[in-house]
Write a protein that binds this ligand. Structure first.
Ligand code: ZN
Length: 90
């Protein structure tokens, strides 16, 4: 019998809230009134989702660490453009 010594240990981390060197953060300013938070954030592909790497021309979401509100952006060549809010309440 041999020991199962060479067992793979996945190094994938799912630690939310920790910044990962694999992900790009962007300098942003919270667009919500009475907040004005500025700093670097890592975007998410979906609203409220986990941090993710966003391809150019793709839409993404940021969550403000100060007021905890989300906003949608489009990232083009590492430039962040805030999308106009088109949701009609809800
Ligand atoms: Zn904010």
């Amino acid at each position: 019998m041999r020991n199962a010594a060479g067992r793979d240990v996945l190094s994938a981390t799912n630690n939310l809230g920790k910044d990962s060197p694999m992900l790009s953060s962007y300098p942003v300013a919270c667009p919500h009134e009475k907040c004005g938070w500025t700093g670097g954030l890592v975007p998410s592909i979906v609203r409220g989702g986990p941090d993710a790497e966003i391809a150019s021309m793709q839409r993404a979401w940021f969550r403000c660490p100060s007021c905890q509100r989300d906003w949608e952006v489009r990232i083009t060549n590492d430039r962040v453009t805030v999308m106009p809010a088109i949701e009609q309440g809800g």
